[in-house]
Design a protein around this ligand. Sequence first.
Ligand code: SAM
Length: 468
Amino acid sequence: MKNNYKNTPRKFNKKREEAKEKNVIITIKRLGINGEGIGYYRKKIIFIPGALPNEVVVAKILKEYPHYIEAELVRIKEKSPDRVAFPEKVNPNIGGLELAHLSYEKQLEFKKDNVLEALKKFHPRGYAKYKVKNTIPAPDQWHYRNKASYQIERDHGKSKLGLYEPNSHNLIDLPVMPTQSKDTQETERAIKDLIDKNHVFIADRRKHLDGIKTIVVRQSEATREIQATLITIGHKIKNLMTLAKQIMDLPNVVSVYQNETDWRNPQVWGNKTEKLLGKNQITEVILDRKFELSPRAFFQLNPVQTETLYSEALKFLDLTPDQTLIDAYSGVGTLGILAADRVKQVVGIETIPEAVEDAKHNVAINHIRNADYFQGSVEKVLPELKRGGLPIDALIVDPPRTGLAKSLIKTLLQVKPTTFVYISCNPSTLAQDLVLLSEAYDVRLIENVDMLPQTPRCECIVKLTLRK
Ligand SMILES: C[S@@+](CC[C@H](N)C(=O)[O-])C[C@H]1O[C@@H](n2cnc3c(N)ncnc32)[C@H](O)[C@@H]1O
């Protein structure tokens, strides 16, 4: 098999250029949580992205730290039977394809092991008895992402559109991204061409130039509608409206937004979002319910697996008609709306105001009468609702990668909902949260759904049972 790493020109950032160049031969022992090969060199752990367990590789040391070494794969001397060909014409340095050189079967095993390793590391009470099920595979392992968020830059008079190499300012132009859906990829590239054609400014930090910084394209799987958002540095960008009109003429585009940010903001999105043209939202359908989505609202980006994830979560919830279900970290209201006909009432909590507006609207369009959504942080709003007399007997939490706030865990250990399901996209914060939650709850079952093939990421569903 061709060694895809051998002929790939790799760009080095400054830190790497300064690093001492040194080639070493390493036997890879296992994969790290980010999918990198791990071996040992002079008793120090050495991380080699792109290398697989049981391979013998030649690696170049990039940087040596007191407890570990970062290295780059130069050549594979002994290849793993689990290695598969890395997609052609794709730069292996981009994020999102960290496991694309590993067979899919082994990717699924890796994702389960990642959960087991996190449990072993933080050892919540009784963890050895947790049943972690085999990872549910995704039917489509390529072209599944229905949202793209690409950065745009001008480099020597030519524009580049793609993703930054992890931990660097090196933007990799991405004419091909094999996990991205064809429509979102083509729309991104078409918008880039229109930016060039209309001479719309691209933001430039060094020259203090306002302009477009990021292009976000999201498509509904059900209706095929596309929403495009131009994230800009500064508000007034010359020819932006002309550009928006031309974007509206692209296939399936129904809505164009501008989101404004500034260089001080480390996040992709700024706080001001304004519709330029078209519809307010695009409509997605999940398990026969409709969901209208504003640009900033979170929504899973693998629509086929989203149905699997939510179906499994609903099974785990095991609700009864007398219960009040709290949908914590509710986004546009998905889980609560899907569960509404099984309980007395649903109360959702979410920080992003636009997502809360979407959730309320989604309640209405699905003709649901027993669900309400509140804006604010779960750690603040949940105790307020409790003080106001709301019964909290069923709870689903679906936090971001950072997991649950300690103050929220404290509240939960006092409130003790009898039905409790935790959806997590980060086994490490999940395991740490379980250390505290296992003071009052047992964990019997963890389901793992592969939402993002070719990446080390996984989505766990945990059923917590209140100890008697
Ligand atoms: C992983 S998403 C889950 C969304 C939703 N459950 C779904 O399946 O689409 C996490 C959501 O939590 C929101 N969020 C982040 N921190 C929060 C907090 N402290 N309190 C409430 N919501 C929060 C984010 O805006 C995002 O919508």
